[in-house]
Design a protein around this ligand. Structure first.
Ligand SMILES: [Zn+2]
Length: 404
């Protein structure tokens, strides 16, 4: 009965919504899966050939895709043209603010990285104003090197802190010493661009990168990033778990040792005080203070040479990691627990320790969950920062202003 009562206007709106949805679906497929023939695109979207041709025509008009003649005959008749994204048609400046390093990349639709830079920073609390100025200096040559006519959609930033997504306010970043820093607004001013700045927690973005780029089809995962702190991002039913304000996933500050040490957050015995980078270095003991990236190179060299102190420090840190992973498996019933950052780099040394304690997860969940190193690698947060902006634009391609 409802349908009969619908006005032509309402039906028009529904048809327009459907067309926009299909436009987004075609672009999303090309963005994540790479170039495909037009006939393959018809098959995977379930749309008919003329609809797909129209959608490709519209995306092409927006400067987002291009077609090229196929070189492969796939059956009788004319070969189907190959459709691919045009990377410079939608570009993001992705930024990762870690304790020990700053990284920037210009990333186009399809995940095409135009340029990328990572610089080490001195350990210690780097002030927000200095950080933003450094980002401005690193960004200028990257933006200048983009191909002519590039369409900069926005800026995505990942930071090791608790972030309010709505305006990019960094509420608290204990390992940077930042409190209530309006990072989104500061970046917009520094970079002098009219485009939107989106800021999110680094581990949340690592989870997004792993879900969208690293493990297609895995819709329940927990991502744990190891840096100076320990961050956690969760994907449930294919959607990032953010909480009311975007602060969810701070598992690094769950209590694991009531008799333990004071954490950067002010509490005692947080998971990161036993399983974070500082805990690992503390257990190794004899390392001198210095630039953290060099310290970790030294740790790796000693581990490779079979240094018993270093190997035991990894085993002990792995066991503490496993306690927290056990809890996360019990709470979220994930298909995969992904280890990123420091834990990705040293997974081989940590794995036995992790398994020794994580296996105490309840059996039903524990038998399902795999514990694995990140499949997108050490740039997961940076990739996630680009996806944050690109995914929102791909949802509604018509919102992307064509290149003038
Ligand atoms: Zn804490």
């Amino acid at each position: 009965m409802g349908n009969l009562g619908q006005s032509h206007g309402a039906r028009g709106v529904a048809a327009e919504e459907l067309r926009r949805h299909n436009l987004g679906a075609v672009l999303e497929h090309l963005h994540l899966a790479g170039p495909v023939t037009r006939s393959r695109l018809t098959a995977v979207t379930g749309l008919n050939r003329s609809t797909v041709a129209d959608l490709i025509g519209e995306l092409s008009g927006l400067g987002l895709v291009a077609e090229a003649p196929s070189t492969i005959a796939t059956g009788p008749g004319r070969p189907s043209p190959v459709v691919d994204v045009t990377p410079h048609g939608a570009v993001v400046l992705a930024i990762e603010i870690a304790v020990d390093s700053l990284a920037l990349a210009t990333v186009g639709i399809g995940g095409h990285v135009f340029n990328q830079v990572r610089v080490a920073r001195q350990r210690g609390h780097v002030r927000p104003e200095q950080t933003v100025r450094d980002i401005g200096q690193l960004a200028a040559p990257l933006l200048a090197a983009l191909p002519g006519g590039s369409n900069l959609l926005g800026i995505g930033a990942a930071i090791v802190g608790i972030v309010r997504r709505s305006d990019g306010l960094v509420h608290f970043a204990p390992n940077l010493g930042w409190r209530d820093v309006p990072l989104g607004a500061m970046l917009a001013t520094e970079l002098g661009v009219a485009t939107k700045v989106s800021v999110a927690n680094d581990a949340d973005l690592g989870a997004v990168a792993e879900h969208r780029r690293g493990r297609p089809g895995v819709d329940h995962l927990v991502y744990i990033s190891g840096e100076v702190g320990l961050g956690c991002g969760v994907v449930v039913s294919g959607e990032p778990l953010l909480g009311v304000a975007g602060y969810a996933g701070e598992a690094g500050h769950n209590l694991v040792n009531p008799d333990g040490r004071v954490c950067g957050c002010g509490a005692v015995g947080c998971w990161e005080t036993e399983a974070g980078e500082q805990a690992l270095l503390r257990r190794i003991g004899s390392l001198e203070a210095g630039p953290a990236l060099e310290l970790l190179d030294e740790v790796e060299r000693r581990a490779r040479s079979g240094d018993a102190t270093v190997l035991e420090a990894f085993a002990e840190t792995g066991r503490w990691l496993g306690y927290g992973i056990r809890d996360l498996i019990n709470v979220f019933n994930p298909e995969v627990v992904v280890l990123g950052g420091l834990y990705h780099r040293f997974f081989g040394y940590l794995e036995d320790g992790i398994l020794a304690t994580a296996q105490a997860a309840i059996r039903a969940s524990g038998e399902i969950a795999t514990i694995a190193p990140s499949s997108v690698g050490s740039d997961a947060s940076l990739i996630g920062a680009s996806e944050l902006v690109l995914a929102a634009a791909i949802d509604d391609p018509a919102s992307i202003a064509p290149i003038g």
